[in-house]
Design a binder for this molecule. Structure first.
Ligand code: MN
Length: 231
């Protein structure tokens, strides 16, 4: 059985599955499927990947019709990346539902596993609603359209503070910053992560809806502190 009840996940999506087994399949890793004679999410992931590509490109093109193909390609690769999808999956609390072999602390759910299951989830929803791409797209857009659009406006797809910070700390000291989760708060579907980033005498904490976004903001603060100390 999943770690948490599927109803919460359905509530988050605003969609109730007719075929709960299809949803379960999307959450079943091959390690668990093999042990229990179930089907894993792999083929669903294959389809989900295509669906998400379609949704993302259509959102980008309808919102930003004057962008060049090159710009769109850059943005698309950010929004369909493992990192971005992992962030969305983490916010959804998807890790709690994944069926993977091993118990308790042995349940190792990597970012790539979680982003794959996120892709599979969209394929399972699509198949469940009688393969209505429209209905599936509407749900995806309800959850993520605004976020994608505002992220483009803020040019987040270009900014990676963790990389910028690491380049700077390597340049100055040949060292890397350290990230640590300080706290996790809030209910399952709206968790808030607080992360600390430190390097030498520089230290900052930041909160975010995912570990990754909290790390990014903490890295940004540390980078600013370092830049101020230099001038
Ligand atoms: Mn994948």
């Amino acid at each position: 059985m999943p770690v948490s009840s599927l109803e919460e996940l359905e509530r988050f999506l605003g969609y109730s599955f007719r075929d709960k087994n299809l949803l379960l399949q999307a959450l079943t890793h091959k390690s668990y499927a093999g042990e229990h004679g179930l089907r894993s999410y792999e083929t669903l992931e294959f389809l989900g990947d295509s669906l998400i590509n379609f949704f993302v490109v259509d959102i980008l093109l309808s919102e930003f019709p004057s962008f060049s193909e090159g710009d769109l390609a850059n943005m698309k690769s950010y929004f369909v990346s493992e990192e971005f999808l992992y962030e969305l999956a983490e916010e959804m609390g998807l890790d709690r539902y994944i069926l993977v072999s091993g118990k308790g602390s042995n349940r190792r759910i990597s970012p790539s596993l979680l982003s794959d299951a996120f892709e599979a989830l969209w394929a399972s929803l699509y198949i469940d609603c009688e393969r209505s791409a429209d209905a599936t797209k509407r749900i995806f857009e309800n959850l993520y359209r605004e976020r994608i659009v505002s992220s483009v406006r803020r040019e987040e797809y270009k900014k990676d503070y963790k990389t910028l910070l690491q380049e700077e700390t390597q340049r100055r000291w040949k060292e890397r910053p350290v990230y640590r989760v300080v706290s996790v708060e809030g209910p399952q579907h709206s968790r808030v992560f607080e992360v600390e980033c430190s390097i030498r005498e520089f230290r900052a904490t930041a909160k975010g809806r995912s570990k990754k976004s909290a790390q990014q903001m903490a890295a940004k603060k540390v980078l600013e502190l370092m830049m101020l100390s230099e001038s």
